[in-house]
Design a protein around this ligand. Structure first.
Ligand code: IN0
Length: 420
C-alpha cells in the first residue's frame, strides 16, 4: 500500500484518488450485499473465492445491483474453473479435452470436485472445492443458468479445439483470423454471456445483447491488450498467443524479440500488435454508450479504461520484452473512480489515445496505419460526442494535496527512522 503512494508521489491527482479509495464509505449496494452474506454461509464461500481469485475486479462485481451480482459472480467463477483446466500443462491432453468439452454438464453435477490440477495451478483450490460453486449455480434462476451453461459449452469446445492444435502452427497461433477466433472463445464469448445476463436481469435493453460484434469487441480489446502486456511471462511459461502472421514479419523465432540486436524489429512488431488492438476501440465506445444501468456501466467501463491505459503504457515500450509492466495502482484507482459516465470515459480514452499518438514514430513501418486507426477513433468521438462541459477536474487539486504529500513524506521518514 505504501509503495502505491510512493509510485504516485509526483502525481497529486493519483494520491488523492488513492486516499479517496481507501477512506471512502461503503456504498449502499455493497452494504446490503454484505448483510445478505452474513446470513448465507454457502454463498459467502463463493464470494470468498471471488475475492481470492481477483482482488480489484471482485470489488467491481460486488458493486453490481442485486439482481446481477450473484449471476455475474457465478459466471466469473465457472469461467475461472474452465480457465484453470485450459491453463494446466500437467493434465494429460485427452483428460483436459474431455473436461473442457463437458464442463457445461459438470456445472449441473452436485458434489463434483476436481483434485487433478497441477500443484502450482494458482486456482487449484477453486476446483478442489468446486461443489460450492455448483451448489450456488444451481440456486440461480434458470434464465441465468442457461446463459452461463450456453457460454461454457461454446468456450469449452473452442478451448478444446485449440488444445488439440487446431488453428495453430506448431506452438503459435497462426493467422490474425486464428488470433481473433482464439480471443473470441476466451474473451468475446464472455462479452456475449455478460450481455445476455444484463438483458436477462432486465437492467439493460435487449439491444445490448443483439449486437454480437460489439459484445465480442469488448472482450477482444481486453484480451489482446493482456496478450501484448504478458509477452515475457507467457514466453517463459511456454505459451505463444501473438499470431505468426504478425510477428513472423519481424523475426524467425518468437523468442528472438528479447535479444538486444532485435530491438528495432521488436519495436515494429509491438506497434503492429497495438495497431491490431486499436481497431476495436470504436466498438467498445459504441457498446458502452448503449448502457443505461449505472452499476452495469461501471462494471463494463472499468476494465476497458484499464485496457486503454495499459495499451498506452506498452506501446513503443521495449520493457515488455524483459519484464512485467503494469499501470501504477494510483493511476488504476483514479481510473476506477472516474469511470462513472460516458463523458468521463471519452475524456479518458482521448487522453490515452493522445499518448499513443505522441509515442508513434514516423520511422515505424506501422506509423501511417496507426495514425489512421487513431483518426477513426477521433472521428467516432467527434460524430457521437458533442464537446460537452469539462467533466474531469484536472489540476485544481494540486495545491490542496500538498499538505497530504508532506504528511506522507513525514510518515515515511518516521517509518524509516524507526526501522533504521
Ligand atoms: C471479464 C471482463 C469483463 C468485465 C466487464 C465487461 C466485459 C465485457 C466483455 C468481456 C469482458 C468483460 O473483465 C475482467 C477484468 C479483470 O479481471 N481484471 C483483472 C486485472 C487483470 O489484469 O487481469 C483483475 O484482477 O482485476 C477480465 O479481464 N476478464 C473477465 C472475465 C470474466 C468476466 Cl465475467 C468478465 C477476462 C477476459 C479474458 C478478458 C474476458
Amino acid at each position: 500500500m505504501l509503495s502505491a503512494f510512493l509510485d504516485s508521489i509526483t502525481k497529486p491527482a493519483e494520491i488523492k484518488a488513492l486516499l479517496n479509495y481507501k477512506f471512502s464509505p461503503k456504498s449502499e449496494n455493497k452494504r446490503r450485499h454484505q448483510q445478505a452474506l452474513a446470513a448465507d454461509a454457502s454463498k459467502k464461500r463463493c464470494y470468498d473465492f471471488l475475492n481470492m481469485t481477483s482482488r480489484s475486479f471482485a470489488a467491481v462485481i460486488q458493486e453490481l445491483d442485486d439482481d446481477l451480482r450473484d449471476p455475474v459472480c457465478l459466471f466469473y467463477l465457472v469461467l475461472r474453473g474452465l480457465d484453470t483446466i485450459e491453463d494446466d500443462m500437467t493434465l494429460p491432453l485427452d483428460r483436459k479435452v474431455e473436461l473442457l468439452r463437458s464442463f457445461d454438464k459438470i456445472i449441473y453435477q452436485r458434489n463434483w470436485t476436481f483434485k487433478e490440477s497441477g500443484p502450482n495451478e494458482k486456482d487449484r483450490d477453486l476446483l478442489v472445492h468446486f461443489d460450492v460453486v455448483i451448489e450456488e449455480f444451481l440456486r440461480l434462476q434458470p434464465r441465468f443458468q442457461v446463459v452461463i451453461a450456453d457460454i461454457t459449452h461454446k468456450m469449452g469446445n473452442g478451448m478444446a479445439d485449440y488444445a488439440v492444435g487446431e488453428h495453430r502452427e506448431n506452438t503459435s497461433v497462426a493467422t490474425v483470423k486464428d488470433f481473433d477466433l482464439y480471443c473470441h472463445y476466451v474473451a468475446g464469448l464472455v462479452g456475449y454471456g455478460l450481455s445476455d445476463l444484463f438483458v436477462a436481469s432486465e437492467l439493460e435493453n435487449k439491444q445490448v445483447a443483439d449486437d454480437k460484434e460489439l459484445s465480442n469487441s469488448m472482450g477482444l480489446f481486453l484480451q489482446k491488450t493482456n496478450i501484448i502486456r504478458d509477452y515475457r511471462e507467457d514466453l517463459e511459461e511456454g505459451r505463444q498467443f501473438w499470431p505468426r502472421e504478425i510477428w513472423g514479419k519481424y523475426a524467425n523465432n518468437f523468442a528472438d524479440f528479447i535479444k538486444p540486436e532485435k530491438k528495432e524489429d521488436a519495436r515494429s512488431c509491438l506497434s503492429a500488435m497495438v495497431l491490431n488492438v486499436l481497431h476495436h476501440v470504436p466498438d467498445v465506445l459504441t457498446y458502452l454508450s448503449r448502457l443505461h444501468n449505472q452499476s452495469v456501466f461501471n462494471f463494463c467501463a472499468i476494465p476497458q479504461v484499464m485496457a486503454i491505459a495499459t495499451l498506452a503504457l506498452v506501446f513503443n515500450n521495449m520493457d515488455i520484452y524483459q519484464r512485467n509492466v503494469k499501470i501504477r495502482k494510483g493511476e488504476a484507482v483514479k481510473l476506477i473512480l472516474d469511470s462513472t459516465n460516458m463523458d468521463n470515459v471519452i475524456t479518458i480514452f482521448r487522453h490515452y489515445i493522445k499518448i499513443i499518438s505522441q509515442k508513434n514514430e514516423a520511422t515505424d513501418p506501422n506509423f501511417m496505419e496507426i495514425s489512421m486507426a487513431i483518426g477513426k477513433i477521433e472521428q467516432w468521438i467527434a460524430a457521437n460526442y458533442k464537446p460537452s462541459k469539462v467533466v474531469l477536474k484536472s489540476s485544481d487539486s494540486s495545491l490542496l494535496i500538498l499538505p497530504i504529500v508532506i504528511g506522507l513524506v513525514g510518515m515515511l521518514v518516521i517509518n524509516y527512522l524507526q526501522h533504521a
